[in-house]
Design a protein. Structure first.
Length: 253
């Protein structure tokens, strides 16, 4: 049993859940949900604490990913996107999400210094951060097709979309054009990500097409259902992933 492998996958999934909850709480706070019954400082404190928890799980996710030497992922790949030898695009989106969440956390700590208006403008990047983390999870995860991750990702996506729709609907009569454009952009993003998920991570041969190094890919074997790309599994993990768990052992979400 490879504990690093399991830790990477588990902490990645938990981080995505926390990011979803934090984003939703941010929307609730912006819409002043709860009124006098739930003071804003209560939501703000919960939002801050859950953000710190997300950062904690993210730190473990990153540490276990780098420490697991199975895939060639360097420490620089954590902060410099799209330069990794392993699935550069999809791992790079994880680096983008990490950079954004660090900026969001830092600007929140410096909110009184940079001013509320600048802080609010920068905080719109939270939506991009969540989207980058979501696509990163689908693109680099090795258990998308064979575990509870796909339903979990679906729930996170549904909650986030509901929060976005609620914010757009409750924004008031002003900025109709901006709200309509944002709604249209959200719809297009959902369709694009959905189509990519079906033709990408959920389709066979994703490991090769996603940019996995050839040294990690097993020799292609042909069966009645087509070819599969699966590398020789290290002895420490030979008894863990099933044949349908992914095209290669992967680095988790």
């Amino acid at each position: 049993m490879n504990l690093l492998w399991y830790a990477t996958r588990a902490t990645g999934e938990v981080t995505l859940v926390f990011l979803t909850v934090v984003l939703t709480l941010g929307v609730l706070s912006a819409l002043r949900v709860g009124g006098r019954r739930v003071p804003r400082f209560v939501l703000a404190g919960l939002h801050r604490n859950l953000t710190l928890a997300a950062l904690g799980f993210l730190a473990v996710h990153i540490a276990t990913t780098v420490a697991d030497s199975y895939a060639p992922i360097a420490l620089t790949d954590v902060v410099v996107p799209f330069g990794s030898a392993y699935r550069p695009i999809w791992l790079g989106l994880g680096a983008v999400a990490f950079d954004l969440i660090v900026v969001l956390a830092a600007t929140s700590l410096l909110r009184t210094r940079i001013g509320y208006r600048r802080w609010k403008t920068l905080h719109w990047a939270a939506y991009a951060c969540w989207l980058a983390a979501f696509v990163h999870a689908l693109g680099t995860g090795s258990d998308v097709r064979s575990s509870l991750f796909l339903p979990l990702a679906g729930v996170c996506a549904a909650v986030t979309l509901a929060a976005v729709a609620w914010r757009l609907a409750a924004a008031g009569p002003g900025n109709v054009g901006l709200r309509a454009g944002t709604g249209l952009l959200t719809l297009v993003t959902v369709l694009v990500v959905g189509a990519w998920t079906v033709s990408g991570p959920l389709a066979s041969g994703w490991a090769r097409r996603s940019g996995t190094p050839a040294s990690l890919l097993g020799s292609a074997s042909t069966s009645g259902t087509g070819t599969t790309d699966r590398p020789p599994v290290p002895p420490s993990t030979r008894a863990t992933p099933s044949a349908d768990e992914g095209d290669e052992r992967g680095d988790g979400e």
